[in-house]
Design a protein around this ligand. Structure first.
Ligand code: NAG
Ligand code: NAG
Length: 329
């Protein structure tokens, strides 16, 4: 931290040509956090892992259902293989019968961030529960903002394209054993307003499992009920995607959050290698540049001071000018 400050001061003076920067210089150093937002199915996990790999990050899950242990298929938890060795926090660790509130998230995520920056790593918060992110960032005590600089990224996919994708994804989940997974935790008269049972894909199957239990239902009725449950799961997932999007728009317009939008639509319109290339070009590429600017502009956190090798320092100084232009208001 010391070294970082001393290296910085002369650079700033040269760029600003003697402007009084005492306020900036005495501003306490803040740690840096990246937040990856987006509707369900857009690829938040993929982007967060790409970024964690490039910038030595660790991921904090901000999906209010994926915090629970269990129902790995229904809640679409990423696999060990997809994690690619990147440490994840708040993923599948909460008792599925208990309630995990926004307040619980703020406390747990704050602890995780502290331990991540303490290890010299970059915290990357990723998940679909924008209410959790809002509670963390805009807390009444101003704790978060006084300690962290934040960079918001938003993976956006045109809704019609996303609808088709999430519907197909649910068919794949069913093929992967989703119905058996939910059946295993089915309890007649369970409370669907608590814990992991709130997950989309759980309450929707209630009538179907009820019919299975009842000896009077016939095969045809059960098949129909199963189909209806799958349909309803798809519809509710699309409704969730809309709500998530509305919330992001609101955080942008009403709260004035500076959220960088990445249009990933094309990734979902092509296949195979072409899709991977589109992902790199439209999502990982631009996101990496944004995060690079964010990390290596002035006011670096301790976590990144140590990592500035020759190349990193070059980028940092080049970005300093651009950063100063926006830092003077
Ligand atoms: C499920 O959705 C399909 C396609 O939209 C529709 O054809 C079918 O009738 C629906 N089934 C039930 C039981 O709602
Ligand atoms: C996002 O990308 C798609 C596909 O390339 C394009 O059709 C659409 O207009 C873009 N949306 C916006 C808002 O730029």
């Amino acid at each position: 931290m010391m070294m970082c400050k001393q290296a910085q001061a002369p650079v700033i003076q040269i760029i600003t040509g003697g402007m009084d920067l005492s306020m900036l210089r005495h501003r306490p150093q803040k740690e840096k956090v990246v937040v990856v937002m987006g509707a369900t199915g857009t690829g938040k996990s993929r982007l967060s892992i790409d970024l964690a790999t490039r910038f030595q990050g660790e991921i904090i899950n901000s999906d209010k259902i994926q915090v629970y242990e269990g129902l790995d298929i229904v809640t679409n938890k990423i696999t060990e293989e997809e994690c690619d060795g990147v440490p994840h926090h708040l993923l599948g660790i909460v008792d599925p019968e208990s309630d995990f509130t926004a307040g619980n998230f703020v406390n747990s995520a704050s602890m995780a961030m502290e331990s991540i920056v303490g290890r010299g790593k970059l915290p990357i918060i990723a998940g679909g529960s924008n209410s959790f992110i809002e509670a963390l960032v805009d807390d009444e005590n101003y704790d978060f903002r006084s300690r962290y600089d934040v960079c918001f990224l938003w993976v956006d996919v045109a809704m019609v394209v996303l609808h088709q994708f999430v519907a197909d994804r649910i068919d794949r989940m069913v093929a992967a054993g989703m119905v058996e997974e939910v059946r295993n935790m089915y309890k007649p008269n369970a409370d669907y307003s608590k814990g992991i049972r709130r997950a989309i894909g759980v309450p929707e199957f209630d009538s179907y499992f009820r019919a299975e239990y009842s000896s009077s239902s016939d095969e045809k009725t059960r098949t129909k009920l199963l189909e209806a449950a799958i349909n309803e799961t798809k519809i509710n997932t699309c409704i969730l995607a809309h709500r998530q999007l509305e919330k992001i728009y609101r955080l942008r317009s009403v709260k004035g959050w500076k959220i960088h939008r990445l249009n990933a639509t094309k990734v979902f319109q092509v296949k195979g290698r072409e899709a991977d290339e589109a992902w790199g070009e439209l999502v990982t590429g631009p996101a990496s540049m944004i995060v690079n600017d964010f990390l290596y502009s002035f006011g670096q956190s301790r976590g990144f001071a140590g990592k500035a090798d020759g190349r990193g320092r070059g980028i940092r100084e080049a970005e300093m000018g651009a950063a100063m232009a926006t830092a003077t208001y």
